[in-house]
Design a protein around this ligand. Structure first.
Ligand code: GDP
Length: 427
């Protein structure tokens, strides 16, 4: 049985915590898209970790962690994260890497940096992890698959092919030096050897696991609004964070997906550029940012302050819809306990009309939020473990949002730790 944990918004919804929690009872956890450009914050018995590339099942020794072919595999980042786990006494995790996954090259990171610099004030706010140049090369068919690293002649010829285009850009567009093919061949051959024991045909492994009725969990990175097709283009990422893409990026049959869990925060947060209709500014934003997450709303990858705002039911309803969510988890509800009243955006006013369906970017840019105000609960809800024990206004907030987003809220997270979760009885 396959279940997916995915983001309903801009990312950073708290998927890492939910995956870490559900990984305890899963046989396999899979990353199927993205790369080391986002971070999952996990707090468990080993301490606090920010994972960028490793699947969040690495803390459970019974779980096999798979990096699927849809992932941008940054080998150096992977090795570094494994080293961190070891140095902090986490038992060695079981990792399998698809032999078809493509490799994030150092020059992808360089291109990302150079392009953001070239764009200047029009930059996208990239995390500069090389993601857009990586996926660009993949679809231009000049990327390198992991298996290419194991044969020096193949590796060199793939690099030469890529360099024909890359060097023209490096030299003429960015006024930089061309790629050093000899050095790259040696570096990536050596890196390939370091991960070789983890590399296999993960699709075959997963299909066998399905036949054996293993519990398989897919872990999405970022969220619906960053999807290249359905998100706020061009303020999107370069691979699809939708559960539907899991079939491709992991190599699983679409019919195997039974449970799709969309994660959303009890308020909104967003890293990077692009329209954000419910964004707060000034003192109001500063206070929410300071209180949010486990140590304030600052990016797990970049440390950048996250933009924060009221809960956006228009964006989240769309977020759950596009994910095909069968249920929703609301995280960070404890953060809102200081507010007298809490606003929820239930519509977008665009050119005098109120929209309920999340529109194209051109219109999102013009949208003004239509809010409903709900009374706060003015109470610290951390430590509460049953739904019935939550303050009434808190339950009202959840009920209201559930109706607006049209997706059952099955769990509430009321703190960053693994055990801080409340099951919500579904009617
Ligand atoms: P991900 O990328 O979706 O895994 O999300 P991140 O880990 O980047 O961001 C979520 C943030 O919220 C992290 O700082 C988590 O530690 C924190 N977090 C998750 N759930 C809760 C919660 O219920 N309450 C609080 N206060 N923090 C939470």
């Amino acid at each position: 049985m396959v279940q997916a944990i995915v983001g309903a918004n801009w990312g950073d919804e708290g998927k890492g915590k939910i995956t870490d929690m559900l990984a305890q009872c899963s046989d396999i956890v899979i990353r199927f898209q993205g790369g080391a450009n986002a971070g999952h914050t996990i707090i468990n018995e080993y301490g606090k970790f920010a994972l960028h590339l490793l699947p969040s099942g690495v803390f459970s020794s019974r779980t096999v962690n798979v990096i699927g072919p849809g992932v941008a595999l940054d080998i150096e980042e992977l090795l570094e994260e494994l080293e961190t786990l070891k140095s902090r006494n986490v038992p060695e995790p079981q990792i399998l890497i698809s032999d078809r996954a493509q490799v994030m090259m150092r020059y992808h990171v360089l291109f990302d940096v150079l392009e953001e610099k070239r764009l200047g004030k029009n930059s996208f706010g990239s995390t500069k992890s090389g993601i857009a140049p990586f996926y660009g090369d993949k679809y231009m068919k000049i990327g390198l698959q992991v298996n290419h690293l194991f044969d020096k002649a193949v590796l060199r010829s793939r690099l030469e092919r890529a360099a024909e285009i890359k060097n023209a850009m490096l030299v003429h567009l960015y006024q930089e030096s061309p790629l050093d093919i000899d050095a790259l061949t040696e570096t990536y051959f050596a890196l390939g050897q370091r991960i070789r024991s983890m590399v296999c045909d993960t699709a075959v492994y997963l299909h066998k696991a399905l036949k054996e009725n293993k519990i398989i969990l897919l872990e999405g990175q970022l969220g619906t609004l960053r999807d290249p097709d359905h998100g706020i283009f061009p303020f999107t990422t370069s691979s699809s964070p939708l559960a539907g893409y899991g079939t491709v990026g992991a190599g699983l049959p679409p019919t195997a997906f039974e449970r799709i869990i969309a994660v959303t925060k009890a308020y909104s947060s967003c890293v990077g550029a692009g329209p954000f209709v419910t964004e707060l500014f000034g003192d109001e934003a500063e206070e929410l940012r300071r209180r949010g997450g486990d140590a304030g709303e600052y990016g797990a990858k970049t440390g950048r302050p996250r933009r924060v705002g009221w809960f956006d039911a228009v964006a989240t309803r769309y977020g759950c819809l596009m994910q095909g969510a069968t249920e929703c988890v609301m995280t960070n509800l404890d953060v809102l306990g200081y507010l007298d009243e809490i606003k929820v955006c239930t519509g977008y006013e665009v050119d005098g009309r109120v929209l309920k369906d999340f529109p194209v970017t051109r219109l999102v840019e013009k949208a003004r939020p239509v809010y409903v105000s709900l009374p706060g609960w003015k109470e610290d809800i951390r430590g509460i473990s049953s739904y019935a024990a939550l303050p009434e206004n808190c339950r009202r907030y959840i009920d209201f949002i559930e109706k607006e987003i049209d997706c059952p809220i099955s769990m509430i997270s009321n703190g960053p730790k693994r055990e801080e979760i409340i099951q919500r009885p579904l009617s």
